[in-house]
Design a protein around this ligand. Structure first.
Ligand SMILES: NC(=O)c1ccc[n+]([C@@H]2O[C@H](COP(=O)([O-])OP(=O)(O)OC[C@H]3O[C@@H](n4cnc5c(N)ncnc54)[C@H](OP(=O)(O)O)[C@@H]3O)[C@@H](O)[C@H]2O)c1
Length: 260
């Protein structure tokens, strides 16, 4: 994605002259140099948040994102708890606090169960669930200090814990994440932290999995179209703001009615 395309998703406001930068919220968005995470990060920056982004392997996309987000660009592999701790330490060292966290990391794989290898199962749980555990542990104290918010990314169709033909490993990992997110919401509420989940439907973007283009899936979306990264970002902004101050432990599905 070119810098001008990143800009078109949302232009960060410069820190206003003569006002304390400490007045604007500090937001950390993971999985954020491409895809839905990038759209969320751009929307947060446009809102005026001091927005920190994170990449793992996409060096090219990260260097393009530098144009908009420097000096708040970090590299971390969130399957490692040490990386999660260091990441949060670096955010606090830079801006002194942390108000909102959005965790967009979450690998996807599809295929029938009979063809799903144990490595695939492990990768789905590592990417979707274990990164969330590490990040939640890393940000806990900072979010308690700010009475902040934490949003995890699920996927449409989690309510009711139904089976998912052709994507069992991914759906199982996201279902486990939903139970984790709700449990964390219950425990952190007493510390003033609000935890919620945002579950997109089918949202193509430059790097999305080819499944987002499946005509059969598209035909089953009640609103008759796929979603856009901007629509997902808008819902995420709401969950990461005082506007959702009484919303806790919820799974907000943004799918045009798909799999409701
Ligand atoms: N797009 C959809 O239609 C859709 C639908 C339902 C749910 N979702 C969920 O929405 C979230 C975002 O989806 P997406 O399509 O934008 O995903 P994506 O294109 O695969 O992007 C994932 C991002 O996560 C980062 N990442 C992956 N593993 C990481 C790790 N171990 N440590 C740190 N960063 C890591 C990647 O960074 P690098 O590239 O630098 O490695 C990448 O920027 C995911 O949780 C996904 O399951 C998406």
């Amino acid at each position: 994605m070119a810098p001008q395309e990143i800009q078109s998703l949302g232009t960060p406001r410069p820190e206003p002259e003569g006002t304390s930068p400490a007045a604007s919220p500090v937001t950390l968005v993971t999985g954020s140099v491409r895809g839905l995470g990038l759209a969320v990060a751009c929307a947060c920056a446009e809102r005026g948040d001091r927005t920190h982004i994170v990449w793992r392997g996409s060096a090219g996309a990260a260097s393009e994102a530098e144009a908009v987000f420097a000096p708040r660009v970090h590299r971390a592999d969130l399957t490692r708890s040490a990386d999660a701790k260091k990441l949060v330490g670096d955010v606090i060292a830079r801006d002194g606090r942390l108000d909102h966290v959005v965790h967009c990391v979450g690998a996807y794989t599809s295929g029938p169960l009979v063809e799903t290898s144990f490595d695939d199962w492990r990768r789905m749980f590592e990417s979707n669930l274990e990164t969330s555990l590490h990040l939640a542990a890393g940000v806990r104290d900072a979010l308690r200090a700010s009475c902040g918010t934490l949003v995890f990314f699920g996927c449409a169709g989690l309510e009711g814990l139904g089976g998912r033909r052709q994507a069992a490993a991914y759906a199982a990992a996201k279902s486990a994440l939903l139970v984790f997110a709700r449990s964390l919401a219950l425990e952190e509420a007493t510390h003033g932290v609000r935890v919620n989940m945002l579950s997109p439907g089918i949202v193509p973007h430059q790097d999305a999995h080819p499944d987002t283009e499946s005509p059969k899936r598209l035909a089953s979306i009640p609103l008759g179209r796929v979603g856009t990264p901007a629509e997902i970002a808008e819902a995420c902004l709401w969950l990461s703001s005082p506007k959702s101050s009484y919303t806790l432990g919820q799974n907000l599905t943004v799918s045009g009615g798909w799999l409701i």
